[in-house]
Design a protein around this ligand. Structure first.
Ligand SMILES: [Zn+2]
Length: 116
């Protein structure tokens, strides 16, 4: 899987059973390691659950990149669930915006190159 960039940090994404060093009653679906640039998602999750966990970890990364070190897990759960539903329900509209952003970015780069 391609790495994702959040702020200045590139994160490699891994799927793992996430049981290493944990007892049976400890449950962990995902984690982000800011120093190693790694996001790990439990490989037992369904695609829709993995998306929620991935977004949860990405939101940790967004807050970290803004210098915020204390994160409210409940708020991140609410946001990652809501964002996951929004993305799944509206992906075509979002893709339209992304294409426009990409097109505008390419035009701006070409205009900047012409002005040199
Ligand atoms: Zn968390």
């Amino acid at each position: 899987m391609k790495p994702v960039r959040i702020g200045a940090i590139h994160y490699h994404i891994e799927r793992d059973d996430m049981t290493l060093g944990r007892s049976e009653n400890q449950h962990l679906s995902g984690l982000i390691d800011y120093e190693r640039g790694q996001i790990c998602i439990a490989d037992c999750l369904s695609p829709s659950a993995a998306l929620v966990v991935f977004l949860h970890e990405v939101l940790h990364g967004v807050l970290y990149s803004a210098g915020i070190r204390e994160h409210d897990e409940t708020q991140l759960d609410v946001l990652s669930n809501g964002l996951s539903m929004f993305l799944q329900d509206n992906w075509q509209i979002i893709m339209g915006y992304l294409h426009e952003v990409e097109r505008h970015s390419r035009l701006s780069t070409a205009e900047a190159a012409e002005s040199l």
